[in-house]
Design a protein. Sequence first.
Length: 123
Amino acid sequence: MKLKDSFFYVKNFHQTEKGFDYVLELNPEHFIYEAHFPANPITPGVCIIQIIKELLIEKLQCNLFLKRIDNIKFLNIINPLENREVTFSISISSEEMGTHIINAVVHNSVHRFAKLSIQFINQ
């Protein structure tokens, strides 16, 4: 399921010294939040991973497949009612033979929500 332009919207994008930052707006009305959880919406970890994948596919202009998750630390809950705008800071630490090693931090001006190290391969 594609999440871009329904679950999240890209508000801003810019290159950084280490990679790129996407400022996203989460949609608290999306049906995923009805199940996770109705009175207290929480952004599922799998959605965070899917957002990273979709942003990378768009940036790299190729289809990707999740090869391996090396490390994930969920540091704070992303409630889209309280933190509607979040930044995904993504860097590609290595690109060899169709493998992309990604480091990402999900944050806003107050909180760090997640730190991830993931490997994707060209599909």
